[in-house]
Ligand binder design. Structure first.
Ligand code: BEZ
Length: 236
């Protein structure tokens, strides 16, 4: 595994970061924020060498998992592999990462194929030195446990982190929710509105709240100025 200088620089920043007293064990997933450029890296993976910046121009979901050959992780990879076409249909690549070696990944993927009849064809990166995991906050900076948390990063075609989640080792993620989040991000990028709770493709978006006092006073109902479905706008 080799990293470009950006990641080394970022890791130095992370390691030199001063945490407030009492927070020496900073929470994983605390390193990056929505809106940050995803740190670039190059690494060995099950599909050959990969470079994050090569994915510019399409969406990317980057997931980390605690360890190969563990029960929950195995169910997640079976689910992701089965959903791979759904991501592809949304022009979204998948990439996974753990601290396990490339040969562990290979053996695990073979076991998954033989036991579950599904081939995991998206790249799984090896990160034995944790340099990527630390850059992305997938492990706490001072943590001696090398297992990465279940972090998920939604990276847009410009390389910007648009959403992320962090699950513990004992709870598997929902592939359906990943796809729904991706759908919502792509829908709001079309500029027509905001995705409400439990939004699904085909449902209406919310309109951006009114920005002037005149608009607020002119609105019909008490909540109409800030809470309205986008399609209602044309009927006003
Ligand atoms: C699992 O994937 O099942 C798992 C991974 C790490 C710790 C505990 C469970």
């Amino acid at each position: 595994m080799y990293c470009n200088p950006d990641v080394k620089w970022y890791v130095e920043c992370m390691t030199n970061h001063e945490f407030p007293a009492g927070s020496e064990r900073a929470a994983p997933c605390a390193g990056l924020r929505i809106g940050d450029l995803a740190p670039d890296f190059s690494a060995r993976s099950t599909t050959g060498d990969v470079r994050l910046s090569d994915y510019r121009g399409r969406w990317l979901v980057l997931v980390s998992h605690p360890a190969d050959f563990t029960p929950v992780c195995t169910t997640e990879f079976v689910a992701l592999a089965r959903a791979a076409e759904e991501f592809e249909r949304r022009d979204c690549a998948l990439m996974a990462l753990s601290v396990d070696s490339l040969f562990s990944h290979f053996a695990w993927l073979r076991m998954i194929r033989d036991r579950f009849g599904i081939e995991v064809r998206f790249p799984i990166i090896e990160d034995p030195t944790l340099v990527i995991a630390r850059a992305y906050g997938m492990v706490a900076p001072q943590d001696s446990d090398s297992a990465t948390v279940r972090a998920t990063f939604f990276i847009d075609p410009e390389g910007v982190i648009r959403a992320m989640s962090c699950y513990p080792a004992n709870v598997g993620r929902s592939t359906q929710e990943m796809i729904r989040t991706l759908d919502a991000l792509q829908a709001v990028d079309e500029g027509t509105g905001l995705a409400p709770a439990n939004w699904e493709p085909g449902e209406s978006l919310l309109r951006h709240p009114r920005a002037t006092l005149e608009d607020v006073f002119a609105a019909d109902g008490q909540a109409d100025w800030f809470l309205q479905h986008a399609e209602q706008e044309s009927s006003r």
